[in-house]
Design a protein around this ligand. Structure first.
Ligand code: KG4
Ligand code: ZN
Length: 360
């Protein structure tokens, strides 16, 4: 049995998996409430919270299965990339367990975890496939050739897709995370009357850029008198309570127009990448893959091109430990993971070159 630990950002997560990678139990403790009032994640608060939450999560998953620590055969842990303080909490915890129990500790790259997350919910997916990892920290377009061999086709040159959602939501006065709020607002205002510019249009590239779009949204929000800076951040439910219908309509229109352009950008890049790679399977994963509008547009693209389309269940799109345990199980099965001394393992804020064999 494999214990998996994920603490790369603001969610503390623990999972138990069988050695074939099948999931037994996955639990996530979200820190969203804690960071909401700051409009983003505060790294110091995040790492302190992991420290108190991890032992409770571990106990709850072990007790739910009537297991003892001695039943564990390996510990999988996210060691990169992410917030260094947060990563260090998980890595120190895993090292201690590994050393104490005399079992291997398998370091997992968080991005590889997202890349393989669709396997948790789809038994039919096989390598090779085209994957878009779109999260709060990354926007990577990848040709996943086989386990451990991933070719980077394009990535964001500035903000990540999820970061763009979070920043736009904040401008409109909403709390972190921005993606779900923008999605709800867009559903209130399906007409979306503003044509935001498509970034990098006419350029032969599979890269992304979201910072110009963010500025365009900001200018529009200022023009319409709905830009918010340094004021109290609200939730979607507070928005429902806003009395002024014209103000509400403007906010929803900007959100819906932003949602529309994000869907267009992502769908165009996937279209170009499919053409270039001629792959017959595609995957969208990471927090932004929870967006139903983006999923629907990609499903339509896949149907048009005769390509199979997969994505993780919503809970496995955002950060979780199940994907970390699954990834470790695949490397263990392939016999590829080398185990140095458990105590030598360290965390890294950057994805180390080599593990994912990423080349542009
Ligand atoms: O993968 P994730 O949980 O953490 C990182 O590794 O970054 O992704 C979090 C990001 C946040 O930026 C959040 O706003 C975005 O995913 N997100 C969404 C949705 N749900 C979460 N973006 C768009 N639509 C959603 N429904
Ligand atoms: Zn993530």
């Amino acid at each position: 049995m494999i214990l998996a630990i994920e603490t790369s950002c603001d969610d503390s997560a623990v999972a138990l998996l069988n050695s074939d990678g099948s999931l037994i139990i996955s639990r996530i403790s979200s820190q969203t409430e804690l960071h909401k009032k700051y409009g983003g994640i505060v790294p110091e608060i995040a790492s302190r919270k992991h420290l108190t939450t991890l032992p409770l999560l571990l106990r709850s998953v072990m007790e739910s299965q009537n297991l003892n620590l001695t039943d564990l055969k390996a510990v999988a842990v996210t060691y990169a990339p992410g917030l260094i303080g947060s990563l260090l909490v998980g890595v120190s915890y895993a090292k201690t367990l590994g050393w104490m129990l005399g079992i291997p500790v398998v370091p997992v790259d968080h991005l590889e975890g997202h890349l393989l997350a669709p396997f948790l919910d789809n038994s039919e997916i096989r390598f090779p496939y085209l994957a878009l990892i779109a999260s709060g920290g990354h926007t990577h377009l990848i040709h996943a050739q086989k386990l451990g061999q991933y070719k980077l086709l394009g990535k964001t040159m500035d903000d990540a897709a999820g970061e763009a959602y979070d920043k736009v939501a904040k401008m409109l006065g909403f709390q972190y995370p921005g993606g779900p709020v923008i999605e709800q607002l867009a559903a209130c205002c399906p007409e979306s009357t503003i044509d935001f510019p498509v970034p990098l249009i006419g350029k032969k590239t599979l890269n992304f850029s979201f910072s110009g779009l963010k500025t365009a949204v900001r200018n529009e929000a200022i023009r319409q008198g709905v830009y918010i800076e340094g004021k109290r951040l609200i939730s979607f439910f507070d928005y429902v309570e806003i009395g002024d219908p014209e103000r509400k309509r403007r906010i929803a229109d900007i959100a819906a127009s932003f949602q529309k352009i994000m869907t267009t950008i992502i769908t165009r890049r996937m279209t170009e990448a499919l053409k270039k790679t001629r792959l017959k399977q595609m995957v969208v994963t990471g927090g932004v893959a929870a967006n139903t509008g983006i999923r629907a547009s990609l499903a339509q693209l896949a149907a048009q091109k005769g390509v199979r389309f997969f994505y993780p269940s919503t809970v496995n799109c955002t950060d979780n430990a199940a994907m970390i345990g699954y990834t470790a199980a695949q490397h263990l099965k392939a016999g590829k993971q080398s185990f140095e001394s458990v105590l030598k393992l360290n965390a890294s804020s950057k994805s180390p070159i080599g593990l994912m064999d990423i080349t542009v």
